[in-house]
Design a protein. Structure first.
Ligand code: TMP
Ligand code: MG
Length: 235
């Protein structure tokens, strides 16, 4: 506990296509870190997630009840209307809204890291680019609005073949949740890999994947303590 307070928190991003197990792993991870006395918080894009009681998230195996990504800022609400097909928004415009939704969280994010809290984020700018570019928007254009966001110390990409994802109860009814589209998204994710990325095979059991995630995250928390917070994503 005391040692952890000496350094800043680490910024860990969990990415992957829909149904890869991101949300489950994020919640198990935050729970586990807190159990070990490491200060940790979970953020979620789009929107920002907080459990009703505070930072702590329950360990119920079916986490859907506890995990309602609250798309509650005014920008989050526009995004939610778009994703649920209640509203159509032009492709470039929705892209900028997703990016704005990240920018509006940066002050909060930085203050958590400075206070020594490790922040786990369920999706980040990589999702932003992958989904918009999969619709045909120019990749370079897609990256620009997120240039200068806080740079993650680690990006864990939970990799699940789209066929496997489909077997997991199928995709939901939200925009983008189709097999053909998810395949395109995965290809673009692969183009966005950089040295902060680690690709994990998400076909293994929840507990096995959790163990691998935890191993990477513990190492990153240690290594990041003495490093500066960098606000230079894609610079
Ligand atoms: P979610 O299922 O993780 O709540 O995300 C909702 C959808 O939004 C998902 O299909 C991915 C998509 N998305 C974007 O298109 N751009 C973004 O910047 C983000 C964060 C998500
Ligand atoms: Mg979804």
């Amino acid at each position: 506990r005391i040692l952890n307070n000496l350094g800043r928190g680490a910024l860990i991003v969990i990415e992957g296509c829909d149904r890869a197990g991101k949300s489950t792993q994020c919640m198990k991870l935050v729970d586990r870190l807190e159990d070990q006395g490491i200060k940790a918080r979970l953020l979620k894009f789009p929107g920002m997630f907080r459990s009703p009681s505070g930072s702590r998230i329950g360990q119920h195996p079916d986490m859907s009840f506890a995990y309602q990504p609250d798309r509650s800022t005014s920008i989050g609400q526009m995004i939610n209307a778009y994703l649920t097909n209640a509203k159509d928004i032009e492709d470039h415009a929705i892209h900028l809204l997703f990016s704005a939704n990240r920018w509006e969280a940066m002050t909060h994010l930085k203050s958590l890291l400075i206070a020594g809290t490790t922040v786990i984020i369920d999706r980040y700018a990589y999702s932003g680019v992958a989904f918009s570019a999969a619709k045909g928007l120019d990749l370079k254009w897609c990256k620009q609005p997120d240039v200068g966001l806080v740079t993650p110390d680690l990006v864990l990409f939970l990799d699940l073949p789209v066929e496997e994802a489909e077997k997991r109860g199928g995709f939901g009814g939200e925009r983008y949740e189709t097999k053909a589209f998810q395949k395109k998204v995965r290809d673009i994710f692969m183009d966005l890999r950089d040295r902060s990325w680690k690709i994990l095979d998400a076909r293994v059991s929840i507990d096995e994947l959790h163990a691998r995630v935890l191993e990477e995250v513990m190492r990153t928390i240690e290594n990041s303590k003495a490093l500066q917070i960098r606000e230079d994503l894609w610079k």
